[in-house]
Design a protein around this ligand. Structure first.
Ligand code: ATP
Ligand code: ZN
Length: 284
């Protein structure tokens, strides 16, 4: 039995999707087949598809699971479950208008024509804000629509904003914050679900590891208690005596978020030789 996963065949999600599999220890067979391949060392088959098609394929159980942006998922509204947020493919679905346009709030969109490839999400956004406007669905190159007089405003995906800037536009509202998610067919049988659980266990270990660092430092014994008090650790820090009398080596795990703050306090408390190393996998 193999778990079938659908990932984007090329584009912005491709590299990170393949990397996720690799970080989970899943090696893909290199073959000539551009549509699908399988893993050497995990019961998984990988299908390469257009991202827009992935929710439908997962709903229809052509694939058991898939990796897709929330933007595509919510626009298509297919019957699949999100099982994990993956932390890559981050972007915003945003409203943009001409840089010199007056914009004072959503009300400024009333009666305007808005070009987008996301008509459903734009409709929901306008309804929620009780603003009536015309939605003009186009299939690509949305950012040029205002420049050629096709629309007053656009709703499109943005990450850095440089595409908007180059087209003389400014971002004025966020409709949706999006990232890649793992979705699942709603009727997986027990065998497939067991493989998915294994895969999820690995994904979570990889994600945990990315958010944490392993820290090693030397501490004078008379400062040990104070220094240990600053370290969260998974259970408690490891403390080993150094060859030099009166000193110990302390090992622990730090979360990326409080990282710099804690490092400074450790140094102030007398810690020396602080080493910080990445963690490859983390199981807690
Ligand atoms: P496909 O050929 O698979 O239909 P596509 O052109 O629709 O590809 P991409 O541009 O590769 O799709 O984007 C895939 C996904 O990457 C988007 O749906 C979105 O979730 C995410 N993404 C992240 N940053 C951006 C960005 N700056 N612009 C567009 N998409 C982004
Ligand atoms: Zn697409």
């Amino acid at each position: 039995m193999k778990l079938k996963i659908a990932i984007q065949k090329s584009g912005r999600l491709y590299d990170d999707s393949v990397k996720l599999l690799k970080d989970c220890g899943i090696d893909l067979k290199n073959g000539v087949n551009k549509l699908k391949t399988e893993a050497d060392n995990f019961p998984m088959e990988i299908y390469f598809l257009r991202d827009d098609d992935i929710p439908q394929y997962v709903e229809d159980a052509v694939a058991d699971i898939g990796i897709v942006g929330e933007n595509v998922l919510y626009e298509n509204n297919k019957k699949v479950d999100i099982v994990e947020h993956l932390g890559f493919g981050k972007c915003r679905l945003s409203v943009a208008v001409g840089r010199s346009d007056q914009y004072t709030g959503v009300e400024s969109l009333r009666g305007k024509r808005i070009a987008t490839t996301y008509p459903t999400l734009v409709r929901q956004f306008l309804d929620k804000n009780k603003v009536e406007a015309e939605i003009h669905e186009i299939s690509g190159s949305v950012e040029i629509a205002p420049g050629i007089g096709l629309a007053h405003a656009i709703v499109d995906l943005v990450s850095s904003g440089s595409t908007l800037f180059m087209n003389g536009l400014k971002e004025v509202e966020t409709v949706l914050k999006s990232q890649a998610v793992l979705v699942r067919n709603r009727d997986l049988d027990a065998g497939l679900q067991a493989i998915l659980d294994k895969f999820l266990f690995r994904i979570r270990a990889v994600k945990q590891a990315k958010n944490n660092k392993y820290i090693l430092l030397n501490a004078p014994n008379d400062k040990l208690n104070e220094i240990i008090g600053l370290l969260p650790g998974m259970k408690s820090p490891t403390v080993l005596p150094l060859a030099q009398p009166g000193w110990s080596s302390v090992h622990s795990v730090l979360n990326e978020n409080d990282f710099w703050d804690i490092i400074e306090r450790l140094r102030d408390a007398g810690a020396q030789g602080i080493l910080v190393v990445p963690i490859e996998k983390m199981i807690i």
